[in-house]
Design a protein around this ligand. Sequence first.
Ligand SMILES: C[S@@+](CC[C@H](N)C(=O)[O-])C[C@H]1O[C@@H](n2cnc3c(N)ncnc32)[C@H](O)[C@@H]1O
Length: 278
Amino acid sequence: MAIRISSSNDLEIKKAVRKHYASAIKDQAACCGSSSNGCCDGNGNTAQIAKLYEDPDFTSLPQDVTEIAFGCGDPVTLASLVRGQTVLDLGSGGGIDCFLASRKVGETGRVIGVDMTPDMIDRARSNLEKVRANNVDFRLGEIEHLPVEDRIVDVVISNCVINLSTDKPQVFREIFRVLKPGGRLAVSDIVTDGVIPEEIRESMQSWAECFAGAWDAKDYVKAITDAGFVNVKVVPTYMNEEIIQDSLNNSSDPNAQSMDASELKKKVFSAKITAEKR
Ligand SMILES: C[S@@+](CC[C@H](N)C(=O)[O-])C[C@H]1O[C@@H](n2cnc3c(N)ncnc32)[C@H](O)[C@@H]1O
């Protein structure tokens, strides 16, 4: 079951998440633990991040972009974008998925990236100058209150971000508002299966590292359906146990050392999530 968060907690969590990613972008430190090996890695390890991406355009992006990827999947490939579409990336970070989407939608399409951390937006804008993607626009804002007009977006993508929100139902309502009728959601995110230990849930550090805020897949699907979406699908992509162990070993959360990687693997995993607005 999803935990309830009071509004004071909500503000504290948002502050902790913003601080975590502001420092991550400066140090290129990791988000989902400090694994040098996969999910949410931002360790400058482009070879490991490349394993998450099926998109051949990945290799043509500058290292300044690929070394600050903090995702847990490849939402652009999942989205099957076509030329001329308008795409919105929630929690766009340093811009990697916006730049990949930009190539798919071409000059007649456009891509909007939204992120609440000013340092991330600054870095994404400086990357934009290097990538020279004229159809991409980065906006500072929260995914719970999107700085985007109603019904202008064809596809909403996101990579390892919605788990960080303290108000996921509001995020899905906002996605529904900005999508055109017939629009789609294609998201990579961390979800859980069943209850995860209270000590993880209570840790701010674990929240910012993508564990504590993750929802049970069933609650996630219900929140998307409640927002009005149809054809909601969640396909798990389980993480390698060594990656999780590495992440626990390197986590700055003191509770991480006592956690069992083989148990955690079955409970917390990355998923491909899709849905449609009629
Ligand atoms: C795990 S990183 C993923 C970044 C990017 N999607 C990627 O794949 O590299 C999470 C990003 O989401 C942003 N973020 C977290 N919560 C947010 C919120 N409520 N509203 C807007 N951005 C948020 C953070 O600032 C951070 O840049």
